[in-house]
Write a protein that binds this ligand. Sequence first.
Ligand SMILES: NC(=O)c1ccc[n+]([C@@H]2O[C@H](COP(=O)([O-])OP(=O)(O)OC[C@H]3O[C@@H](n4cnc5c(N)ncnc54)[C@H](OP(=O)(O)O)[C@@H]3O)[C@@H](O)[C@H]2O)c1
Length: 277
Amino acid sequence: MRTYCIIGDPVSHSLSPAMHNAAFKSLGLDYVYIAYRVAGSELEASIESLRSVKIAGFNVTLPHKTTVLQYLEEIDVPSGKAGAVNTVMSINGKFKGFNTDIQGFVQPLLNRGIDFNGLSVLLFGAGGSARAVVVSLSNVNGISKLVLANRTYRKSLELSKLAETNGLTSSVTKIEEAKAMAKSFDLVINATSVGLQSNDSILERDDIDGSSIVYDLVYRPVMTKLLENAREKGATAIYGYEMLLEQGAQAFEIWTGLKAPIPAMKKALFGVFQEPK
Ligand SMILES: NC(=O)c1ccc[n+]([C@@H]2O[C@H](COP(=O)([O-])OP(=O)(O)OC[C@H]3O[C@@H](n4cnc5c(N)ncnc54)[C@H](OP(=O)(O)O)[C@@H]3O)[C@@H](O)[C@H]2O)c1
């Protein structure tokens, strides 16, 4: 019997328990995955509690993806590049951090055979997930232009430094300016929480070009207002659940050493919401 969990605040919207419990069940593993709401001020004490109950591993979601690093004994190379962790494994009681958002982000683009050569990218957001996106983009060759826009301008500058450290040149702009120029980008990514359990959108329909790819990391609702706007303009929509599935599959493989049963995990997600047509 092993126990896994997710820590975050809020955490009630997380689909990771449904996805991982379905994966364990489908392979006949006697493991369980639960969600714990952990406020920022309780992080250190909560990590020590997880240690004392001998947790086998856990996922980390907002707002802890960067602050958790100080409580881990080891991190892998990609997490070090991003300065953010979303998956932790207990190895003989020592906590090692991984960042499966990095591969999880790029996999849906690879699955569609998208050519990165000459691709211009506009990224909204500068939080934990945006850091993973930037590292992911630095791992693929050919990005011709990267523009970063975030509500808090200072954080976009920090993200731009992270891109540079990882060998990717970027420029920074204000959100309003980014909205006005969004149509000229091949790939537009929303890594803000705008649209999470709401009908808000970082871009209006007329801000979107029909030839763009619009990728929303937000996965609840599955059809965000942003993706609805993109589809109405004939743009290619990439859904947040696709990344959720890929990062979850990678976490499963780190924890168990087994190939993730993606169809069972996907089925569990679509038991919660409908797959978009
Ligand atoms: N699909 C997946 O697998 C996956 C993985 C990771 C995250 N996500 C989703 O991605 C989103 C961001 O997650 P995160 O971990 O990066 O969160 P985070 O670290 O808390 O960052 C939140 C980001 O959203 C921005 N933001 C929040 N409210 C805003 C508003 N009203 N207007 C403009 N910008 C706003 C913040 O800007 P400031 O810096 O100005 O506060 C910041 O850039 C969440 O919805 C999360 O569920 C999905």
